[in-house]
Design a protein around this ligand. Structure first.
Ligand code: G6P
Length: 614
């Protein structure tokens, strides 16, 4: 839908208007344009079909040093998306420029009237006629704002309009008619802005006022005046927005990490879209450019990654072996390349990197390339380096992950490895179609199950409050619970700076048990699976040494009621998919503990989101 930005002040208007349009891109649009006053007060107009980058290219090197201007992103309603129909629209003499959001319902009648007076139109829009009418009034000596009021009185529909005139460079007038689109005015020092949404203004000011339907505004560098529909002056309060641009990007969540954790139902759905199919139930992964012969000739799969991506890889190994029946191993990218790996053209290397720039993972991929391995990479960043090295890329489609600690992209990676395993299994003929169908149906239930896991947030916050002062944690898991234990420990270290160890539960007796006492809690991943009884024994061993246990169990599991100090019940999902729900309490527990400890959750000390040094 159309977006509007206007600026008048002392700073260069062009970049401010274009940057504002960038913030409105999410609204969806098919052309864009700007009208700027150059230093002589002449109007500079640029319009381009397509995305904002097309406009940016068009204005490159020609943007005037303007201090006032308006801009627009157009979502076509009347007239196809092309340069002529893009906004700003002008009157035939180019004295008035307007941008418009919404629809002028009687535009054809108005257009006919203007045409009868000799007006020539250069677009098919419902907007252009407004520019004509405004210019006619202004030519008769009517003030621009009054002219706008007169035009609005005769133009039916729900819309908003923003106009400038060459007779008064530096002045912007706007109207809001009905409920089609809002107009918000930003108040700065010696500058003012106008926009269709708050988000475009927040980088410049938090002091704003909103037009109600039927209201007008007269915006100049040093003053703003409001008028009602009758042209009477209106007092309007300037509100101080509690959010800055960053807070707005957090979508109401306190931190990006919390937002991204809560995005996971959608993350998983987006990762499956067009890949997990229902009729018949099967998986068709894109980004795997291998022939059936190549896939059947594979003797091994190596999955590499760093940090959270490596933990996702460990879950993926299980999927590859179980569904594709190919021996699979996981390596930390940094270790992989220095251990003289034995590789050949029958070893599929799957790399995982959210950023796609992690230097160790790139180095591991180079190593694999030298050995002639077929390679596929899982990545969240189109155009990233890893995507250029691999033969194929399976994109996470998770959207930007801003918090340094990865959360939603781990879920995407695990899901995609599940999909890759099913796809390879079918290509190799090792996968029973019924198993594939069951896995697809189960995976399609994940968004709901992850949503249920997120509902545990208040419970996890209470648990976090009880343990936040502990300085050491142990995380234990077996099977698919093991990578979750590692990830739980990593998240806690990353965001709360608590020392945490993740261990395969069977390893506990070989060292970590010596650390257990009443001051070191254990998070035990104990969903009901084939290793549940062994996990229960481990939990008993911890309790026997006075260690507190937070047990992560299946829904309605009661076998640990008397043993564990705290229980976290996971939503019911297929056993293979438990990591995708179990990771949620790992993330939330760390988040809430970090919150109690006052840590910088989104940007933990010493950590970087994209690690480009070895
Ligand atoms: C950094 C981040 C981690 C991430 C790791 C791998 O350490 O802080 O959250 O898991 O890099 O990043 P990648 O982009 O390669 O997945």
């Amino acid at each position: 839908m159309c977006g509007i930005v206007g600026y008048t002040g002392h700073r260069p208007a062009g970049p401010i208007v274009i940057e504002g349009l960038r913030r409105l891109e999410y609204r969806g649009y098919d052309s864009a344009g700007v009208a700027l006053f150059d230093e002589r007060g002449e109007l500079y107009i640029a319009r381009a079909t397509g995305k904002l980058d097309a406009l940016v290219q068009r204005v490159e090197g020609t943007l005037p040093p303007a201090v006032c201007g308006i801009g627009h992103t157009r979502w076509a309603t009347h007239g196809e998306p092309n340069d002529a129909n893009a906004h700003p629209q002008l009157d035939p003499l180019g004295r008035v420029a307007i941008v418009h959001n919404g629809i002028i319902e009687n535009y054809d009648v108005l257009r006919k009237e203007v045409a009868e007076r000799g007006g020539l139109f250069s677009s098919e829009t419902d907007t252009e006629v407004v520019a004509h009418l405004l210019a006619e009034h202004v030519a008769r000596g009517i003030d621009l704002l009054e002219a706008l009021r007169l035009v609005v009185a005769g133009a039916q529909g729900a819309y908003s309009l923003v106009a400038v005139s060459v007779d008064e460079p530096g002045r912007i007038v706007a109207a809001r008619v009905g409920n089609a689109g809002g107009i918000v005015i930003g108040h700065g020092d010696g500058e003012h802005l106008v926009a269709s949404d708050l988000g475009a203004l927040l980088p410049h000011t938090r002091r704003v006022s909103f037009l109600e339907p039927g209201e007008f505004v007269d915006v100049r560098r040093d003053a703003v005046a409001y008028l009602d529909a009758e042209g009477q002056p209106l007092e309007k309060a300037v509100e101080e927005q509690p959010f800055d641009a960053v807070a707005t990007a957090k979508g109401g969540y306190k931190h990006f990490m919390l937002k991204e954790v809560h995005e996971q139902p959608v993350t998983v759905l987006d990762a499956m879209r067009g890949r997990y199919l229902l009729h018949p139930a099967r998986v068709e992964m894109d980004g795997l450019p291998f022939t059936v012969e190549q896939v059947r000739a594979l003797t091994r799969v190596v999955i590499v990654g760093m940090g959270t991506s490596m933990h996702a890889a460990m879950v993926g190994r299980h999927y590859i072996e179980r569904f594709a029946r190919i021996p699979a191993e996981v390596d930390n990218s940094a270790e992989f390349r220095y251990r003289y790996p034995v590789l050949d053209e029958h070893t599929l290397v799957i790399s995982i990197s959210q950023a796609g720039e992690t230097v160790d993972t790139l180095a591991a991929m180079d190593e694999a390339k030298r050995a002639g391995c077929p390679q596929v990479t899982i990545c969240n960043t189109p155009g990233a380096q890893t995507t250029r090295v691999a033969d194929g890329t399976v994109f996470m489609r998770s959207g930007p992950e801003v918090a340094v600690a990865s959360t939603k992209t781990m879920s995407a990676s695990m899901l995609l490895l599940h999909g890759i395993a099913l796809h390879l299994g079918r290509m190799r003929g090792t996968l029973d179609p019924e198993v594939e169908a069951r896995q697809v149906t189960a995976a399609l239930h994940l968004p709901v199950a992850i949503g249920e896991a997120l509902e545990m947030a208040p419970h996890l916050q209470r648990i976090a409050g009880r343990y936040a002062q502990c300085e050491d944690f142990l995380f234990l898991g077996r099977g698919l619970g093991y990578p979750m234990a590692l990830e739980g420990a990593l998240k806690l270290k990353e965001v709360s700076y608590i020392h945490a160890e993740g261990y395969a539960a069977g390893e506990m007796k070989h060292g970590p048990i010596a650390l257990i006492d009443e001051s070191m809690p254990t998070v035990a991943l104990a969903p009901r699976d084939e290793v549940f009884d062994k996990m229960r024994s481990n939990i008993q061993q911890v309790r026997a040494r006075h260690g507190a246990v937070i047990a992560v169990v299946s829904k309605d599991e009661h076998a640990l009621d008397d043993l564990a100090n705290d229980l976290i019940e996971l939503p019911a999902v297929d056993a293979a998919l438990v990591p995708l729900v179990a990771v949620v309490p790992m993330q939330l527990l760390s988040y809430y503990i970090a919150l109690v400890r006052g840590a910088d959750v989104d940007q933990p000390r010493n950590l970087a989101k994209t690690v480009t040094v070895e």
